[in-house]
Design a protein around this ligand. Sequence first.
Ligand code: GNR
Ligand code: NI
Length: 172
Amino acid sequence: MAVLNICTYPDPVLKQKALPIEKIDDALQDLIRNMVDTMYQAPGIGLAANQVGRPLRLIVFDVTPKDQPRNPRVLINPEIVCAEGSQSLEEGCLSVPEFYSEVKRCSKVTVRGLDTQGNPVELEGEGLLAVVLQHEIDHLDGILMLDRISPLKRALYKKRRQKQLKSKDETG
Ligand code: GNR
Ligand code: NI
């Protein structure tokens, strides 16, 4: 089991558009396992490859309630093929430390991609699952939840984060 380092704002890898995966090889299976371990250890309910410094189109997620058995899900080259309705849910992001905000998103999405064996899969999600799928696929396009809130809230967070990083730097 290996836990990877999670990149945080303003790491430039978070703004990169991730490239499609062309080969599902052992190195990729390794990355997938490590991303799943990293997600559970964080703990988080989703993780995109950009967040661990690999700009590849790969996401893992698990929205199962804590009192139920884990069900790690993996999507390679995920694409939203259908989106409808709207909902606002409070979100957090492992790459945006100490920030929570409601984000308005579609309430129902259909996503297509490949599973770990390269088989095509289609997944429909509502509620929290729909949110996580949109949040993770945003990461693959270099978009953070910060880009989906009001400019004022964003500016306030950026200022707070800069101070936080500066004080960390000073104290070592
Ligand atoms: O762990 C996470 N929780 C979460 C809660 C509400 C909406 C989205 C998320 S995703 C987040 C993990 C993360 O940063 N994934 O990219
Ligand atoms: Ni995130």
